[in-house]
Design a protein around this ligand. Sequence first.
Ligand code: PEP
Length: 253
Amino acid sequence: MKRPKLIAGNWKMNTTLSEGIKLVDILIHAQKKSPFKARVAVAPPYTHLSEFRNKLMNSSICLAAQNVSDKLSGAYTGEISVLMLKDIGIRKVIIAHSERRQYFGETNDIALEKIKIILKHEIHPIYCVGESLTDREKDRHYAVVEEQITAVLYKLSDEKIPKITIAYEPVWAIGTGRTATPDQASDMHSFIRDVVGKRFGDDLAGQLQILYGGSVNAANAGELLSMPHIDGALVGGASLKADEFLAIIQAAG
Ligand code: PEP
């Protein structure tokens, strides 16, 4: 099955609004000059979203958020609800990034609640999974990722599966400059597809878009993105450099 490639930039807690505008303007300009073949999304900090929505109105670049609350509204100081994101035209949200799992105690159960609430409001999740270095060294990487998939996806109904993007991001490769080899990444993507297929069947598993994330850059993107099970990339550090991010987008098309 031919799945469209998606290149998503996760800006994390980087860029002031004016720095972010400069960066997104370069992407908008590049896309106008030569339309991207791959689908492209950017996930800037919350403070940029409204401004970016206006800028990206007539562009094919999709605007994503880095997180969302698992509650709809109320006394949850500091949280942002799916209703607020929907209101300003957000189409995707990154859920359970390993930094949120590690620093903010985000569990599979919380990820499930967040995914349910955003799907209900027609926003698509990019659900992050991936093992730590210790898990890989102890040969527990398949078990950990299987648990992250079954604890969340297995609790959803069949029709939700095509609306979900998975990002396989081995924690040891995030922001470290150490990338999974194309074979390591592709093996895990194929394993994830098998786990999903066991519960939902091969057809739905075949439609699932699985991104790789972990120190993707202009130099390694081509090889990673040419692997049969790798449907795109979730890019952290390299998405903050316009030239690098554009080269990754180019490598996907
Ligand atoms: C990420 O934060 O999702 C990520 C993959 O970061 P980096 O590309 O910097 O490793």
